[in-house]
Write a new protein. Structure first.
Length: 135
């Protein structure tokens, strides 16, 4: 097992989306167990059939930023997408429940950046929540 290594996320060839862009207060990782055909028996007791594969859901916030900074963050993600339309990528993530990092194949869920203001032809975006969900 590897403990926390002073980074939350790494993409591709170990490129890190740094704390300059990610706020630690919104970072969380959920480890999802998956069931196949689990059901309650005649006594009402749940008989679980848990699969070996546990998928992760990674949630984090990118900080408020100007449009040129936001474009740079989006360019970073686009450069790592395996399929641009599917928005899938490989990410190494620290999973607190496991106390280690794990590399997984995820897709970026749809998100909605919100504009706080416009100044001198530039937009200032509010913090934005991003989710990466393992297949």
């Amino acid at each position: 097992f590897m403990a926390y290594t002073n980074r939350f996320l790494a993409f591709g060839n170990d490129e890190i989306l740094g704390r300059k862009w990610i706020s630690a207060d919104g970072y969380n990782v959920t480890l999802h167990s998956q069931d196949l055909d689990s059901a309650r028996n005649q006594s009402g007791v749940l008989e679980r059939h848990v699969l070996q594969h546990q998928s992760v859901e990674i949630n984090f916030n990118i900080r408020p930023m100007w449009s040129y900074q936001f474009d740079a963050v989006m360019d970073f993600f686009r450069a790592h997408f395996i399929n641009q339309i599917e928005k899938d990528l490989n990410v190494t993530v620290y999973v607190p429940e496991l106390g280690t990092t794990r590399t997984c194949h995820c897709y970026m869920a749809d998100f909605t950046p919100a504009v706080l203001m416009e100044k001198n032809g530039m937009l200032l975006y509010d913090k934005c929540s991003i989710s990466l969900i393992e297949y």
